[in-house]
Design a protein around this ligand. Structure first.
Ligand code: SAM
Length: 248
């Protein structure tokens, strides 16, 4: 599996602090419009909270994710999941639709994902996706970079947030017709605060004996921009959302 496919999540922390990720996945679910009986692949299904909604719509869903801990939780929900890397899909004209929420920006090679999805779809198949887009969490990334630089460390900044122009060109190069595509600023309330976000979403970086101090430093750098006077935190999320299809 590629490096991007092996980042480790803390499944327990993810389940506790990342509930907003699937909860805010409704617009891309609506964009897909899953139909009863159709075969859907959920790329980067994680712990399966959103995958369950596809199943509830009557679709026959397969979830795919590289993270063993999250897959265990998805399996425990009774979902059909497989361990795999969306950059190396091996399906041929098997799915009516491919769905993905909040996963593509964890992958380095988007053209490989698009090519694999195109192959996996039946003629006329749909591809509905939302992920972090260009400018996503810019303030948060800058604060993390500052904290890392103070210690001579590299910031954990390998997320891949595409522009509309880049995603459009790459989708079309893979053969897709684009039905809609947009960057959508989505200020996102963080009811558990910035520290919980940093621990959950940059789990691999904020570890070790200095982790709490580093989290505190990043939090204080961000407080003037992202915390209101009442103490409510908001993350500066920007999403890329598209619907594309394979010609019949
Ligand atoms: C923020 S979670 C989103 C989970 C779920 N889609 C949701 O909306 O709740 C990101 C997911 O992308 C997965 N992921 C990262 N790299 C991947 C890859 N190369 N192929 C497939 N999934 C990947 C992670 O393991 C994780 O489960």
């Amino acid at each position: 599996m590629t490096e991007a496919a092996t980042q480790i999540w803390d499944a327990e922390s993810y389940g506790r602090h990342a509930g907003f990720v699937p909860a805010l996945g409704e617009p891309v679910l609506e964009l897909l419009g899953p139909q009863a009986g159709e075969r859907v692949l959920d790329l980067g299904c994680g712990d399966g909270v959103l995958t369950e909604k596809l199943v509830a719509a009557g679709a026959n869903v397969m979830g795919l994710d590289p993270d063993a801990g999250l897959l265990e939780q998805a399996s425990a929900r009774g979902l059909h999941v497989v361990r795999g890397d969306a950059q190396a899909l091996n399906f041929d004209s098997e799915f009516d639709a491919v769905f993905s929420n909040a996963a593509l920006h964890w992958m380095a090679d988007h053209p490989a994902v698009y090519a694999g999805v195109y192959r996996a779809l039946k003629p006329g198949g749909r591809f509905a996706l939302e992920c972090g887009g260009f400018g996503n969490i810019a303030a948060m990334r800058t604060a993390i970079r500052a904290v890392a630089q103070r210690r001579g460390l590299d910031a954990p900044d390998r997320q891949n947030y595409p522009t509309v122009a880049r995603a459009s060109a790459e989708l079309e190069a893979a053969g897709f017709r684009i039905d809609s595509i947009a960057l959508i600023p989505r200020p996102t309330p963080l009811p558990d605060g910035m520290g919980a976000w940093l621990k959950t979403f940059r789990h691999g970086f904020f570890t070790g004996p200095d982790a709490d101090t580093m989290i505190e430093e990043a939090t204080e750098l961000l407080r003037p921009q992202l915390c209101d006077p009442a103490g409510n935190w908001t993350a500066d999320y920007v999403r890329l959302r598209f619907l594309a299809h394979k010609d019949i």
